[in-house]
Design a protein. Structure first.
Length: 211
């Protein structure tokens, strides 16, 4: 009995140590309204319904609740997401991605895009290995994306499990001189087999106006 207790305690210690070494999820609330660090230059529905017009976007990190004072005029509506574990990346791809990790908040990267995406039921009904095959073996999502690193910094927020209207909130930052490269990246990805499963996509192009 004593051995069982000691083993359980040791396992708990090891699991806690492993957990503390893994990156903690980053929670975020995207608040659309009349104030915020990003000016909304355009909102465009690529597939499905668009989002309501707003002039500014404020991103609050570390919370899924709106901080005090962010209601009414400042936040007409919100989207929520959390970073999560990698689902499709192989070990070799992980090593390659780690050589140029995305850096957010670069001073020269004054342009940003928020692209909320929802995939179809047909996508979510596929088995994991079939989704991976479409995502990378057939669509080359990572291989294409790596051609634009480090000019385009990115962060992927998961939103499906939060019951949000989108499955993913994808965030990108780049210098104004790289805006045309970002457009080329979008064109390349949207032409892939993976994008046939995207049923709602809205592109918001932004300019950072304050820190
Ligand atoms: C900047 C270059 C890019 C790189 C290096 C890149 C890389 C990746 C990687 C490694 C994943 C897999 C994460 C996982 O294993 O769970 C991923 C997922 C994803 N990326 Fe990209 N990406 C790039 C650009 C884009 C762009 C421009 C979009 C949107 C227009 C986008 C949308 C997504 C979405 C929606 C997922 C989630 C797919 C799913 O789980 O079904 N990515 N990306």
């Amino acid at each position: 009995m004593r051995c069982v207790v000691v083993c359980l305690v040791r396992t708990g210690v090891v699991l806690r140590a492993m957990r503390s070494r893994m990156a903690a999820p980053v929670l975020a609330v995207f608040a659309f309204g009349s104030e915020g660090s990003f000016r909304i230059d355009s909102i465009r529905a690529v597939s499905g319904a668009s989002l309501p017009a707003a002039s500014h976007l404020q991103v609050h990190h570390g919370t899924h609740a709106l901080p005090a004072g962010w209601s009414g005029v400042q936040a007409d509506y919100v989207l929520r997401g959390s970073t999560g574990h990698l689902r499709y990346v192989t070990d070799a791809e992980k090593q390659t991605l780690a050589k140029a990790p995305p850096v957010l908040g670069r001073p020269e990267a004054t342009r940003a895009s928020l692209i909320p995406i929802r995939k179809s039921d047909a996508w979510w009904e596929l088995a994991q290995d079939e989704r991976r095959a479409i995502f990378e073996e057939r669509s080359r999502h990572i291989a294409i994306g790596l051609e634009y690193v480090p000019a385009i910094s990115r962060r992927l927020y998961q939103a499906r499990e939060l019951g949000e209207p989108f499955d993913f909130l994808t965030w990108f930052e780049y210098a104004p001189s790289d805006a045309s490269r970002f457009a080329a990246l979008l064109q390349a990805l949207r032409a892939t087999e993976e994008w046939r499963y995207v049923e709602r996509e809205v592109q918001l192009d932004l300019t950072r106006v304050s820190r």
